[in-house]
Design a protein around this ligand. Structure first.
Ligand code: ADE
Length: 263
């Protein structure tokens, strides 16, 4: 998969994406990442990339032409059709389903704004969608773009080793939910006994089915307790519902059906 980053700080995104799973995927040839700096396409001695907003107010707005030329260069670098995504807090929130959708594309162009924003006409003409990584404001789209690259790259076939893939599979959405996911279960390593506590005995049992059941139950319980918005008890499978209710009963909490509507 080909990623193109249009940004005043393209190296920043490449740096962030150069480590760990993403770096390894790039080394394996599963993805490439190319930066395009609108300043390289700006005119005049000062190579201006921004100007004051019409209507007044603080901050600067990124000019149409340098961004447009950088985008054109990025598009022309490969014949495959490019999805152009603008990183912005006004965008649709990124989730695992969106990451999966993007990972199926041959290429992705991520447009990063700085300052107060980008001239709306450029966005209307060139951008396919806007994506946000959360309800907070960053100083620019670069960190958000790095988040998208990471979330998408790890889904590319061959990016994760077997152990990592298996860990990910166990947190794929409950059967019915396309977009949802369960939070991860707790993890333990040596020593078995520690002054901070003991490892749950089931993990030492060698009973693979029992371990898988415990992990699923812990994931359900945690998601229910921490992120109830991710679970709709009505769409859980019967088995998951039973696991969750068993864990809730053990913890002295009301069953999932009874708590519906409560947050
Ligand atoms: N740029 C600034 N803030 C952002 C956010 N929350 N998500 C995506 N891009 C951004």
């Amino acid at each position: 998969m080909r990623f193109d980053i249009v940004s005043l700080f393209p190296d920043f995104v490449a740096q962030v994406a150069g480590h760990g799973v993403v770096g390894r995927a790039a080394e394996r040839g599963l993805l490439s990442l190319t930066g395009w700096n609108p300043r390289d396409y700006a005119e005049g001695n000062y190579r201006r990339v921004d100007d004051r907003p019409f209507g007044g107010g603080p901050g600067m707005v990124m000019l149409i032409d340098p961004l447009r030329a950088a985008l054109a260069a990025a598009r022309a670098a490969d014949p495959a059709p490019a999805r152009v995504v603008y990183m912005s807090p006004q965008g649709r929130p990124l989730d695992q389903a969106k990451a999966r959708e993007l990972a199926a594309l041959p290429r992705l162009v991520l447009l990063c704004g700085r300052y107060e924003g980008v001239d709306e006409r450029l966005l209307a003409a060139e951008v396919d969608e806007e994506l946000s990584i959360g309800d907070y404001v960053l100083s620019g789209g670069e960190l958000a773009a790095a988040v998208v690259v990471d979330a998408v790259a790890r889904l590319l076939p061959g990016a994760l080793n077997d152990a990592e893939s298996a860990a990910q599979d166990s947190f794929e959405p409950p059967a019915e939910g396309e977009g949802g996911l369960l939070l991860d279960c707790p993890h333990y390593t040596r020593p078995v006994e520690h002054e901070l506590g003991a490892v749950p005995p089931v993990l030492l049992s060698g009973n693979h089915a029992g371990i898988a059941r415990w992990r699923r139950q812990q994931a359900l319980l945690r998601t229910w307790q921490r992120r109830r918005d991710l679970i709709d008890p009505a769409t859980l499978s019967k088995a998951d519902r039973r696991l969750l209710d068993e864990a809730l009963a053990e913890a002295g909490l009301p069953p999932s059906a009874g708590a519906q509507g409560a947050a």
